[in-house]
Design a protein around this ligand. Structure first.
Ligand SMILES: C[C@@H](O)[C@H](NC(=O)OP(=O)(O)OC[C@H]1O[C@@H](n2cnc3c(N)ncnc32)[C@H](O)[C@@H]1O)C(=O)O
Ligand SMILES: [Fe+2]
Length: 589
């Protein structure tokens, strides 16, 4: 099959021909380059109306010269997300071409195309995908017929966050390559990125979500304070890409996936690719970054996904082919994959058992008798948790993150217990080694139960009994978070991996906080927690938990309802209202 693809969501007018038999793709692009500053929507739209017919004409003429009048079997176009006026030009061109050639029309989601091109090139079956593009930044994984958003920016896209700084400095679009070149002047002197000085900038991750608004403003302020621009660029990259790499690792850990693909224009940055490659190799995961011509906006990725969709019969009638400037990747029914598969792996080793390697720490279960420290005081296994250095991160940033999180975890774990939330006891803290010695609680984590593995204990083995117990466990997590919030702090990373579940058998260890539920649930890993009274921060805690459930569990609606019911029992309804607002917020700006 030969598919003509058309792209033009914001700055790049592009057409491509993808031939599935030869697996070859020809791309013709004409970028819009503003004389100064960022993308001006009106100028971008004018560029599209001139450049789209030209690039399409070039590709079509070449195709017909080679294959004759029946060269094209389908026309695929970027339906969104993007700038409305640009998308309309693309949509009109695609509709009229499909009509004139009398071939099917395929409407492609630009963000799904950014990730599918990496999957296509790498041959990975079920990767986590990091989309690092101009107007977006998110982690996606396939589950139950859709690409689920595992984590995403809470405000600006990653490219836009960088471009906001370059506009302030007076550099024109695209800013990313200019920041990369300036940063290389600091790090590219043979000492490597690790050796250069780092300016302290905001580093904001919440579970697998993250925020860039603070860092763009802080970089602008540093420039106004006459800090050298090369140093700001270097520090901006270290922080922003460090955040993206950290959340990617957390997504691999949560799902148990061992493949990562990169997508989007910012993926052309060598430092980002280096960090992701290093992180993946340290955890034994495979990493693929597509060729740069497929990372930046291009019609090749639209044609490649368009061909898969066309082959699956996923085509559009003209009357239903509207563009959608806010088209989210998780709205797309995925028709071109076998939907049995999932990014969430069952029985992935560190799920059912506490022993193993999480996203940021190595956790070891030790027999208390073998440990000089607590011998004679506790007779149950204890947990030794060490936040290991991350080679991909700048050493100064790495040290402060490991230290701060270790201290926060010890403190908030105790505060949570005082607020009536079951947590492990903290036996010891070694700050220089970023190591905690903790009580061992529960026999598996909630993720393992939701993924379908590791359910054991209890007398009722029927499916109904199992799901009731799971719903009760999820509901109790809602109550726990409400108690934390009433006590004035957030967990910061309440994913299903950070909830331990006990067997409910008599004699099971731990403080049940007065909760008579048969399966006690414990919150662990408070390293990303902090004190806050803001409704928005409380709502984000709920959003993180729900994200980890919907991305990996089947029948997630019932679980989410149970969780919110639990929160309602002890928490503030205002937080639940804000949660709905957080969910609704569009990311394209
Ligand atoms: C909706 C669609 O219009 C949008 N596309 C988009 O923003 O273009 P894309 O090609 O995926 O990414 C462009 C961004 O990629 C950045 N960029 C390009 N080369 C870079 C580099 N070497 N380092 C860092 N950023 C880079 C640019 O500064 C710009 O912000 C999107 O995918 O979000
Ligand atoms: Fe893009």
């Amino acid at each position: 099959m030969r598919v003509l693809g058309i792209e033009g969501t914001a700055w790049c007018a592009s057409a491509a021909l993808h031939d599935t038999e030869a697996d070859s793709t020809v791309i013709e692009s004409d970028p819009y380059e503003p004389d100064s500053g960022g993308i001006h929507p009106r100028e971008a739209a004018e560029h599209m109306s001139e450049a789209i017919p030209e690039v399409v004409g070039t590709v079509l003429d070449a195709a017909e010269a080679e294959y004759g009048p029946d060269a094209i079997d389908a026309v695929a176009f970027s339906r969104g997300p993007g700038l409305g006026p640009c998308l309309r030009t693309v949509g009109t061109a695609a509709r009229s071409l499909a009509g004139a050639l009398d071939v099917p029309l395929v409407g492609v989601n630009h963000m799904v195309a950014h990730l599918e091109i990496g999957r296509h090139e790498s041959g990975f079956s079920n990767p986590v995908c990091l989309n690092a593009s101009g107007a977006n930044a998110h982690l996606l994984g396939y589950h139950d017929g859709r690409y689920r958003v595992l984590g995403e920016t809470m405000d600006a896209g990653v490219g836009n966050a960088i471009d906001k700084f370059t506009r302030h400095v007076g550099w024109n679009h695209p800013g990313g390559p200019k920041v990369e070149a300036a940063a290389a002047e600091v790090s590219g002197d043979g000492r490597g990125p690790e050796a250069a000085d780092l300016l302290e900038l905001p580093y904001v991750v919440k579970g697998m979500d993250f925020s860039f608004s603070g860092i763009s403003s802080a970089a602008n302020d540093a420039y106004d304070d006459s800090e050298p621009v090369e140093e700001i660029c270097f520090s901006l990259q270290e922080h922003v890409f460090g955040m993206l790499t950290e959340v990617s690792e957390r997504a691999l850990s949560l799902t148990g996936a061992d493949e990562l693909v990169l997508g989007g224009g910012v993926g052309q940055n060598d430092r980002l690719r280096e960090m992701l490659a290093e992180m993946c190799s340290a955890r034994g995961a495979a990493f693929h970054a597509p060729d740069p011509r497929y990372l930046r906006d291009n019609a090749g990725m639209i044609a490649v996904l368009g061909a898969r969709m066309a082959a699956a019969g996923d085509t559009l009638e003209i009357r239903e082919s509207r563009i959608d400037p806010n088209f989210r990747p998780d709205q797309v029914p995925v028709t071109w994959r076998d939907d049995e598969s999932s990014v969430a792996r069952v029985g992935n080793g560190d799920g059912g058992d506490h022993d193993g390697r999480g996203a940021e720490a190595v956790v070891e279960v030790v027999d208390a008798d073998d440990d000089g420290l607590v011998e004679g005081i506790v007779d149950r296994p204890i947990v030794r948790k060490r936040r290991i250095p991350k080679e991909y991160r700048h050493p100064a940033l790495d040290r402060s993150l490991r230290r701060d999180r270790t201290v926060a975890e010890a403190r908030l774990t105790n505060e949570a217990r005082r607020a009536g939330v079951p947590t492990p006891l903290v036996y010891d803290i070694d700050v220089p080694e970023a190591t905690l010695t903790l009580q061992h609680v529960g026999d598996r984590d909630l993720a393992a139960i939701l993924h379908g593995g590791g359910e054991s204990g209890g007398s009722d083995g029927s499916d109904e009994g199992r799901s009731d117990r799971t719903l009760r466990a999820v509901r109790s997590v809602g109550r726990h978070l409400a108690r934390l919030h009433r006590a004035g702090f957030v967990h910061g990373d309440p994913t299903t991996r950070n909830v331990r579940v006990g067997s409910g058998r008599s004699g099971s260890e731990g403080d049940r906080g007065g909760d008579p539920a048969p399966d006690p649930t414990y919150l662990i890993d408070f390293g990303l927690g902090y004190h806050t009274g803001h409704v928005e921060d409380h709502a984000m805690d709920l959003h993180v938990f729900e994200g980890s459930v919907t991305a990996t569990a089947t029948d997630s609606d019932r679980l989410v309802d149970a969780f919110e019911d639990g929160y309602r029992e002890e928490g503030d309804e205002v937080v639940l209202d804000r949660l709905r607002e957080v969910r609704r917020r569009g990311r394209y700006r």
